[in-house]
Design a protein around this ligand. Structure first.
Ligand code: TLP
Length: 342
């Protein structure tokens, strides 16, 4: 039985073209700046995002951490969404490793932070207060239904940040999904941001890696920080080669994943006792209402039928579509849910 793995887009295996490119990759010692494939990927990423420079890092968590450590010093305050990945799912690394104080602001259901909430979180110069340095946004917003933040909204936050002498970092783990869903160039979504991290190893199918992008001075400093967190990766061209294929071949097809997430949502919405959240990208949340079925029964029932998805703590389920989910996988999932809920 073929497994339909909807737990995350992080489960994607590399495409055949990626394996071929990895096999053939020219490599060198990237800590010396000698790996031509890493250099090419970094140039491509910077160009795609409309930034001066980029840095290849091991993961999204490392990219966000390196950004935070580069923008902020110990005792500084970073404003984050209370549902953001950086705040909820990165072990408090900014505090634990950087002495940076996260200041959570409520995420609205669409993943935004209200401008006046941000404004209120910015602390004036006062001997009692931490110094606010940074605002972080997440696009698409994972926990807020995978919703994309618009270019206009992001620009407003950037202007607010800059008017107070602060910086804006974007956790753009799935920024290409956002650009695809909104039908805009990804540059428009990050134009006024000071840094942006995006992942190659989610919907883009590469086995490892993320890129942190920003101006040349920021990336030069971030390169030092990456080294101290153990992120100097030597012959990383083997990995970067897959990332180049991801940008060239996988980004252009992301709309297919969004379409399948919509198909899955439409199928599930017809089943009584299932409440489906709005879908705008490749992430679909749903929950159970008025049923004796427990979330565990649903997850187990699906697993028996070769379908994997995440039942989350708050009773919501998350299904994520990606390169390796086809129409048949969607049909099988809807059919399985019909059987389980019957
Ligand atoms: N998200 C993963 C899990 O950690 C939950 C997932 O399956 O969605 N930013 C965002 C918005 C993310 O969704 C993730 C990973 C990260 C950062 C961290 O990336 P990695 O896992 O590469 O460190």
């Amino acid at each position: 039985m073929e497994i339909v793995d909807l737990r995350s887009d992080t489960v994607t295996h590399p495409t055949p073209a990626m394996r071929e490119a990895m096999y053939r990759a020219e490599v060198g010692d990237d800590v010396f700046g000698d790996d031509p494939t890493v250099n090419r990927l970094e140039e491509m990423a910077a160009q795609r995002l409309g930034k001066e420079a980029a840095l290849f890092v091991a993961s999204g968590t490392m990219g966000n951490l390196v950004a935070l450590l580069t923008h902020c010093g110990r005792g500084d305050q970073a404003v984050v969404g209370d549902h953001s990945h950086t705040f909820l799912f990165e072990q408090g690394g900014m505090a634990g490793l950087g002495g940076i104080m996260p200041w959570p602001v409520p995420n609205q259901p669409d993943g935004t932070l209200r401008l006046d909430d941000i404004e209120k979180s910015i602390r004036p110069e006062n001997v009692h207060f931490a110094r606010t340095r940074l605002i972080c946004l997440e696009n698409t917003h994972n926990v807020c239904d995978g919703t994309p933040l618009t270019a206009d909204y992001t620009a407003q936050v950037a202007r607010l940040a800059h008017s107070h002498g602060l910086r804006l970092h974007i956790d753009g783990a799935r920024i290409f999904n956002a650009a695809t869903a909104l039908g805009v160039d990804v540059r428009d979504l990050v134009r006024e941001a000071d840094s942006v991290m995006f992942c190659l190893s989610k919907g883009l199918c590469a086995p490892v890696g993320s890129l942190l992008c920003g101006d040349a001075a920021f990336i030069q400093e971030a390169r030092r920080v990456r080294k101290v967190v153990g992120g100097g990766m030597r012959q990383a061209g083997i990995l970067a080669a897959a990332g180049i294929v991801a940008l060239e071949q996988v980004v252009p097809r992301l709309a297919e994943d969004h379409e399948r997430a919509r198909q899955l949502a439409a199928g599930l919405a017809e089943i009584p006792s299932i409440q489906v959240a709005p879908v705008s990208t490749n992430i679909l949340y749903f929950s159970l209402t008025n049923t004796a079925k427990t979330p565990e029964q649903v997850v187990e029932g699906l697993a028996e039928r070769g379908i994997l998805l995440l039942g989350r703590e708050n009773g919501r389920f998350r299904a994520v579509t990606h390169y390796w989910i086809d129409d048949e996988g969607i049909e099988r999932t809807v059919q399985a849910m019909r059987e389980i809920m019957a």
